[in-house]
Structures are given as C-alpha cells and as structure tokens.
Design a protein around this ligand. Structure first.
Ligand SMILES: *Cc1c(COP(=O)(O)O)cnc(C)c1O
Ligand SMILES: [Zn+2]
Length: 463
C-alpha cells in the first residue's frame, strides 16, 4: 500500500484514487485532483534543516536533485522509481541593486532563479515528478500542450531518459524560438496547431483521454508535487526562515497552486510557524484571474467557488472570441486550468493578484537583466508587480520579498534584441502592437567605422 493517494479537491466529493491511476480530473465530479499523503506513515525530518544532510551525499542522484532531496514531502514514488536529470540546482539570490531601485531596504529583495534548470525553466521541477509517475504507470508515450517551456521540459526528460516517446502540441502564434527549438532539438514529435495555447490544451486533453497517452500539463497532480520544491529551496536559501512575500507570474496557475499546497503541508507538519503572502502577477492582456478576484470577488469559499460565475465568464469569452494577448507568451492564457487550486492558495496565503502592462513587464525584464539575472518576459512580471505593490504601499520597504524568475533569458532573444535595438522597424513589428511605446532601459549596440579615432570618440575618450 502506498502512503500517497489522489484526492478530489472538492469538499463535497473528496473522492480518493490510487496513485497508480492516470487521472487529470476527478472521474466523479470533474474537479481537480491533489496528491495527498498519509503523513503518519512517512518519516519526515523533524525540522526542515534535516534535509541539509543530503548536500553531503550528492553523488546519489536523488540527493543531488533539488526536487528529490525533499522526497519525504512528495513521497508518491519509491527511490528506485524516481526519474531525475539533476533538476532544481537553483539558488536564491539576494539582489540589493534591484531592491534599491524599488526603494526596498538592503537584504530584502531575493530572486529565485529557476532559469538555471536543465531545460531553462521552472517546469523541470514538475516534469521530473510527472515523468516519475509516467514511468511508474508504464506509460510509453507522453504529451503536453505548451506555450513553449512545458514542451521543452517534457522533451528533455523524454530525450535524456529514453523512458517514453513524447508529443508536444504548440499553438502557432507567439511561441518563442528558444523554446520551440528545444522541443525540436530534443526529438519531440512537435505538432503545431493553428490556434493558441488554450486550443492546443483542449485538443491534447481530448486525445489523451481517448488514447493511451500520458498527459503532462499542470492538470496532472503529480507535476505540481515537484513544483512544491521551489518553495522548499526558497526557505532553504533563507536559512529555513519564511519570507513575507512570494511573487510569481500567473499563467495556468500551476506554480501558484503548488506553492500554496507546499505551505499548507509545511504548516500542517509543523515545519513552519507562519505562512508568506502570495502575490500572483497577471499580464494585463491575460488577466482572467485578476478579473475574477479583483473585479468579481471570486473566492475559494471553502472549496465551493462560484462555478456559475466562472462558467458565465468563460461563455462570454467564447462568444466574444476574447483571446489573451501579451508579449509574455508563457503566461498568455485565457482559462487558467488550476484556477480553483490557485484560489485555495490565495486564501491560505492571504494572497493578492495584480496585473501589469506589457510595457511594465518588458521594462522590468530589462531592469532584472541589467543586474545580471537574465530572464524571459513572463518572469519580468514579478518585478513589475513588486514595483506596483511598493507604489501602492502594499509591500513595505522592510518586507522580505522573493520573486520567482521562472524562465531563462535565452528563451526569447528576439524580444530582448527588439528592446535593445533602437531599430524603429523591429520595434514597430515586435513591440508597438503590444502597446510598448518606449524602451527606457535599452542598451543599444554602437555602430562605428573600423577606425581607432571613431571608436575612441564613441567611447568618449578624448585624444
Ligand atoms: C509556464 C510558465 C509560467 C506560468 O506558470 P503557471 O504555473 O502556468 O502559472 C510563467 N513563466 C514561465 C517562464 C513559464 O514557463
Ligand atoms: Zn470529485
């Protein structure tokens, strides 16, 4: 008997299922599923610092992994079943230079740089867990829909481990070339659908339900178990103390949901004594959560969020053919699949949602990069959110704030180049349609003749 089981999150159903079942929704009521545990049967260390001893046994791959060295906190697989490629070697970085520009006190702003994962985004934290479950249940073929990073991540796990084939479905719109090229390079069968992410996901869910293909999107509850470890590493980076804020971009809300669950469990286990506040940042062009929470007052409501309200909003979205649109392609989502779990996380973590424009997102992306931490546009939303919340006085100068930099800078170099170029044509093509009217943090290349005097003049060195 496993110490883990799957469970419907709806309190009126709460049906449980074996870990060996392949499910992405409750068969009885259609709600999302959690992976839950019989904690009494798991030897969880008495304090979080108990996990640190694994730093000394890093030649063991499951102690090396930044996900699985916390394995007692996601004990759905045995040690032998774990699929790992060394994900989660990411660290928390204090960033006073950026903090100062946000009028924050020294030692208060931290960046959790998840771009350092093997495929260059936080998705690897989840994909190691989904891949582990896929192997446990004997899957031969895996699939996902993706705005890019999920496909890159699934493709790398399929490619490195050789445990299964993989098919990725991407929309034909804004996928960043860095991400698409990864899926192709790692050998994933790549299906580019004429449609956006939401179309691709609906399609792949349908196909996986009808055929023996294992779905690795964030509706897969095992994937989110791996993503809890981002919070474990944040706490580790703070010497096992709890920050005041966790700031994360919101797309399908898998991360937000996983973070909330991590803190619910750590609190339940007595491993933390307080919980940080969660700030989920939407792009204004993809602000479904923000609208639900801040305009319509949608709440977790003890597990019974107003379903009629959600359905009505989504019907209207369909009728009017409203489509999310943002330069931060990783969060260009119409219907966040983990909405209910994110509402639960917001409630548990006394969280807030805020939306920021594409101008704010790409300016902040450039500001982060200028301190040496290259990230992709979606990750820039975190600092844009902090800027707003500082201006509004919600975040105090002395609050300890952790921003999750979700993806690497090299995922989307086209946008970075358009920003820095000063080239009116590139700007008109890439930035102006998104409402970006200026590039105040641009650092354009200086073009000069191949001539010493001209170079010195460009450098401002007088002769
Ligand atoms: C997937 C992704 C997101 C969105 O995360 P969710 O868990 O879907 O909310 C944000 N940033 C990057 C770089 C991503 O790849
Ligand atoms: Zn149910």
């Amino acid at each position: 008997m496993s110490v883990a089981f799957q469970q419907c999150i709806h309190p009126d159903c709460a049906a449980t299922y074996d870990v060996g079942q392949i499910l992405t929704a409750c068969p009885k009521c259609g709600s999302l599923l959690d992976v839950n545990y019989d904690w009494n049967a798991i030897p969880v260390p008495k304090s979080l610092s108990g996990f640190e001893r694994r730093w000394t046994t890093r030649l063991n791959p499951i102690d090396f992994s930044g996900v699985w060295r916390f394995r007692e906190l996601l004990r759905f697989a045995s040690d032998e079943q774990i699929v790992t490629i060394g994900e989660g070697q990411t660290i928390l970085q204090k960033n006073d230079r950026l903090g100062t520009t946000l009028k924050m006190n020294n030692g208060c702003l931290f960046l959790q740089y998840e771009g350092l994962n093997p495929s260059g985004s936080f998705k690897d934290n989840g994909m190691t867990a989904a891949s582990t479950h896929a192997k446990m249940v004997g899957a031969k073929m895996t699939a996902c829909a993706s705005t890019g990073n999920t496909s890159a991540s699934l493709a790398i796990y399929a490619g490195v481990t050789g445990h299964f084939q993989c098919i990725v479905f991407v929309g034909s719109g804004k996928i960043a070339f860095g991400k698409l090229s990864q899926a192709l390079d790692y050998g994933a069968k790549t299906i580019q659908i004429r449609g956006d992410f939401d179309d691709a996901l609906a399609r792949v869910r349908d196909i996986c339900a009808k055929h023996p293909i294992y779905l690795c999107n964030s509706v897969n509850p095992f994937r989110l178990e791996g993503q809890k470890s981002i919070m474990f590493r944040v706490l580790e980076g703070l010497g096992w103390t709890v920050p005041d804020w966790i700031v994360v971009p919101g797309g399908n809300l898998g991360n937000s949901s996983a973070f909330g669950k991590a803190f619910m469990e750590l609190k339940h286990l007595g491993l933390i004594d307080r919980v940080p506040r969660l700030a989920i940042i939407n792009a204004a062009g993809a602000g479904t959560l923000e609208e639900f929470v801040n305009t319509s007052g949608l709440k977790w409501n003890e597990g019974r969020p107003n379903a009629a309200q959600i359905d009505a909003r989504y019907s209207k979205m369909d009728q009017q053919n409203e489509r999310a649109s943002t330069l931060a392609s990783a969060i260009e989502i119409n219907r966040p699949v983990n909405l209910e779990k994110a509402l639960r996380a917001l409630e548990f973590c006394n969280g807030i949602v805020c939306k920021v424009s594409d101008q704010e997102i790409i300016d902040c992306r450039a500001r982060i990069a200028a301190t040496g931490f290259g990230c992709e546009p979606a990750s820039g939303a975190t600092i844009a959110g902090v800027q707003r919340l500082r201006d509004e006085g919600v975040i105090a100068a002395s609050d300890r704030v952790v921003c999750i930099l979700t993806g690497h800078q090299l995922k989307d170099p086209d946008l970075t180049m358009a920003y820095h170029s000063n080239d009116p044509q590139l700007i008109a093509k890439k930035l102006t349609p998104a409402g970006v009217t200026s590039t105040p943090f641009a650092n354009p290349p200086v073009v000069v003749d191949n001539d010493e005097a001209a170079i010195l003049a460009a450098l401002g060195i007088s002769t």
